[in-house]
Ligand binder design. Sequence first.
Ligand SMILES: C[S@@+](CC[C@H](N)C(=O)[O-])C[C@H]1O[C@@H](n2cnc3c(N)ncnc32)[C@H](O)[C@@H]1O
Length: 402
Amino acid sequence: MKYLAVLGRQPKISLAELECLFDNVQPVGAELAEFEAKSVLDIRRLGGTQKLAVQIEVNLQDFLKSLPDKGKLTIGVSDYSRGATAFRAQGEALKIKRILTKLGHSVRVVPNKSATLSSATSFHNHLFDDNKIELVKYGKKYYRVIGVQNIDAYVKRDQARPARDAKVGMLPPKLAQILINLCGDLPDHSRLLDPFCGTGVVLQEAALIGYVPYGTDVSERMVEYSRKNLEWLQTVTPVALCPGSRRSGPSSRASRVACSAAASAPPQTKATDATFAVAQGDATNFQWTSPIDAVACEGYLGQPMSLPPAEIKLKQEKQECGSIVLGFLKNLSGQIESDTPVVIAVPAWLRPNGEYERLNLLDEIKNLGYNVKSFRNLGQKDLLYHRDQQVVAREIIVLRKK
Ligand SMILES: C[S@@+](CC[C@H](N)C(=O)[O-])C[C@H]1O[C@@H](n2cnc3c(N)ncnc32)[C@H](O)[C@@H]1O
């Protein structure tokens, strides 16, 4: 099946996530990517994709004729073609309405404030149901949206956890999902290690995908936070993690991800039943227990900062963070098998000129026995995750043990 992804706010990082999971990923314009997958996909598995659509292989008339013939239809159009306008997208939607009305449907059109509907509009109008349809247009091609990112579910996953700590930095669950997916599509029940687990955001997302989380951290307090959050996750239902969701997902592994539909989940179903392990340990010398099928983590990011640091401070931070990253990768290298994926987010600091200063450790990392992944559609410089003017950014490094 041919899929189209509407990429997230950091499109290159979203593209990297897709490249690690699917075949033939091709960027289409700046904010879309086409790719192929054999199975039915679920957007809840993808941290970096805002909307997921499938290509309509037949001509538009035949597609419209194939829609369910009972009840009211809601139609929205997002036109991502070059030069598209709200007026043109709305014109397209009204043209489709006329055709459907002739076919005997009663049709409501979602108004276009711009050429493309925002994902909030698409989500709140449920434009991924049988009779609520969003068509994506790109040039002459049409796609039908099958899933829209549920922002409320991510917020809930983040804020409903019993143990949170602003000081260790708040890894957004979406970015945790991306870090995990950059390890590739792992078999069910793969054991995923986060050796800097903090409050356990990566571990939580790993459990929701269907992996077995294994977390360690130098701080005993953080280990307890992770334990508490993972225990909590085992007690909540998918519905509790997915407000406003009402559509069932396909019966793939991804459908077990937290927001599987309220409607279809029996009340006693748990969001995850994954067993987990957590332990206190310094990542630069800890002996982990086997197996370790993949490693995904946000490493130590140094001190939180609200202004770009002075040169001397920057030097100290680089030295401290760099030595933890290298010490960890050296220690890990002898403990994992060849080809094990290792993904780590490391800090980069905003400078007064608006650029980010990185740790620049790739050559040393290669010497420790790792290959750095090369992507087809992006380079290492693109793997920098930050909000506007955020002082400490996260640079993502994607490795495989040699
Ligand atoms: C940026 S935080 C990670 C936050 C985490 N992603 C979460 O979900 O809360 C970095 C973590 O690394 C831990 N840490 C720092 N140095 C460490 C080391 N040498 N070994 C293991 N953990 C370390 C800190 O205690 C902190 O919890």
